[in-house]
Design a protein around this ligand. Sequence first.
Ligand SMILES: C[S@@+](CC[C@H](N)C(=O)[O-])C[C@H]1O[C@@H](n2cnc3c(N)ncnc32)[C@H](O)[C@@H]1O
Ligand code: SF4
Length: 398
Amino acid sequence: MSHQASPPAPLPEGEGRKSGLLLPPLALYVHIPWCVRKCPYCDFNSHAAGAELPEEAYVDALLADLAADLPAAHGRELVSIFFGGGTPSLFSARAFERLLDGIGRHLSFARDIEITLEANPGTFEQEKFADYRRLGINRLSIGVQSFQNAQLQALGRIHDAGEAIRAAGMARRAGFDNFNLDLMHGLPGQDLAGALADLRQAIALEPTHLSWYQLTLEPNTLFWSQPPEIPEDDLLWDIQEAGQTLLAAEGFVQYETSAYARNGRRARHNLNYWTFGDFLGIGAGAHAKLSDPHGRIRRTWKTRQPRDYLAPERRFQAGERLLEADELPFEFMMNALRLTEGVPAGLFGERTGLPLAGIAAPCAAARAAGLLENDPQRLRPTARGQLFLNDLLQYFLP
Ligand SMILES: C[S@@+](CC[C@H](N)C(=O)[O-])C[C@H]1O[C@@H](n2cnc3c(N)ncnc32)[C@H](O)[C@@H]1O
Ligand code: SF4
């Protein structure tokens, strides 16, 4: 069944904005908020699972949540679905079957849709992953973090290096030819050799994509209140530089701050965020960004605590905010300028409805500062702009 959008109420146009925008591509983010155990560095909306996961009830809630959001799709097909967490791979194949069926009853899927599932190596079972693949899930993102057992222990991970290596093999045998590995660097006590050894081991597993994050100490985590000793800035710098050189030599093209793809297999779901596409978000704490045919863009967010999300009242949405026209340049740039190649200049108008001339002054200033490339056809950070992205973004603040 394809969904027919109900017509939105007429609205006065925001100042300086066009109506009748071509609506951006639409993706769907689905949040699964449970993990076997909470990692001490993680500030995602993830919670240690109790003895039993409320899998059925949660799938029911997700589908009811989606049904309530459908008008915002405006009849668009989905270009990507991302099951993120938490640890979605804690859920059975049956749960994803119900979910994908339910989603497919409401929304149509693009022919080449990317469907990604985040998986923790401590939750791999060959049969379950083969079933995931049969259901149409065609990309995995495996959270490895490191291949050194001592590091994995310090990070509170539920798996060791051997399990991470076996997980990649199982993914491949289950039919996943497109998978990402998440690795972190700048880990407690890590030296340059250790960081590069992790990268080499990851590369040896032949993923199509690597997400290589620098560990950050986030408020509201155990690492924030009891900080481990992490490498000094000089060493972090050396790790970053040597890692980038190694990845480039191995054919991994860096296309975003932390994202590297081989053979052009960039993450379409993330690219949709970075090119200021639209996305629905269902599940505890999920965020969404949605444009409407009147040129309005709004952000919404869902009830964060799984317990509240599952409550019988079914109050899924916790808040929403219409973006003001003067916020849009920053909102757009905050995403687009993470991309090493930037975006075509014309995308600014397509996605925001604002004239490019409106950001001529901040662009000129950022170019004069050597942070933005001098190419009128593209909005693209220079190497320096990539390094000092926050400085570059300051130019676009309201
Ligand atoms: C939601 S987790 C996804 C996978 C799964 N939950 C797991 O950990 O196996 C997303 C990724 O974000 C990264 N991450 C989480 N917290 C981080 C932090 N404080 N600093 C840097 N990267 C972090 C990790 O690499 C993690 O795999
Ligand atoms: S890093 Fe992954 S496994 Fe660890 S708590 Fe966060 S979401 Fe869960």
